[in-house]
Design a protein around this ligand. Structure first.
Ligand SMILES: Cc1cc2nc3c(=O)[nH]c(=O)nc-3n(C[C@H](O)[C@H](O)[C@H](O)COP(=O)(O)O)c2cc1C
Length: 165
């Protein structure tokens, strides 16, 4: 079964997942590996990867998903906020919304991904202005947890998900 891996990754987290998929499935039957925008050859299975941008995938990946018809698609992505499967499920529903109904989603996977240090600095600034802001404290805690991800366990879970397809 041939496959293509098409991803958008601004800071490298989603690219790590894309590389794990290629390792798991083998290079021989990979017809395309790279970012969206190029001409993608026909493949039996399309792995489409996204980083979460305001609760959805980024525009370039949305455009790519929009162009797919009659394909088997495995969606994978990373998000800065982790820990809740419901949150991931919500994002995935939105991302699936970019796919025409003649495609088949054969699987999904999401994990947390680290965010740039500038984000923490912004949170810190807001906490300084309002030191009792519990929500901001939680955001900083989440930021620090995200620094570890994607970790080996995230990659292993992804590998298991794509090997069984
Ligand atoms: C402009 C911008 C918007 C973001 N929006 C969200 C969001 O709505 N929800 C979320 O969980 N993470 C959000 N993030 C965090 C990224 O999705 C996360 O760090 C992701 O792992 C980045 O993946 P990449 O390294 O492949 O680009 C946002 C990051 C940026 C820069």
């Amino acid at each position: 079964m041939t496959y293509a891996v098409v991803y958008a990754s601004a800071t490298g987290n989603t690219k790590m997942l894309a590389e794990e998929i290629r390792r798991a499935r083998g290079e021989e039957i990979c017809v395309y590996f790279g970012t969206a925008g190029a001409e993608i050859p026909e493949a039996d299975l399309v792995f489409a990867g996204f980083w979460t941008d305001k609760g959805d995938c980024s525009e370039e990946l949305a455009q790519f998903l929009d162009s797919l018809h009659g394909r088997k698609v495995f969606l994978f992505g990373t998000a800065g906020f982790g820990g809740a499967e419901e949150y991931f499920a919500c994002i995935l529903e939105r991302v699936k919304g970019h796919l025409a109904s003649d495609n088949e989603v054969v699987g999904t996977y999401m994990c947390q991904g680290r965010m740039p240090q500038s984000v923490r600095a912004r949170y810190e600034g807001m906490l300084q202005q309002n030191p009792e802001d519990e929500r901001m404290k939680a955001m900083i805690e989440n930021f620090d947890r995200a620094l570890e991800h994607p970790d080996q366990e995230d990659l292993e879970r992804l590998r298991l998900a794509v090997e069984k397809l």
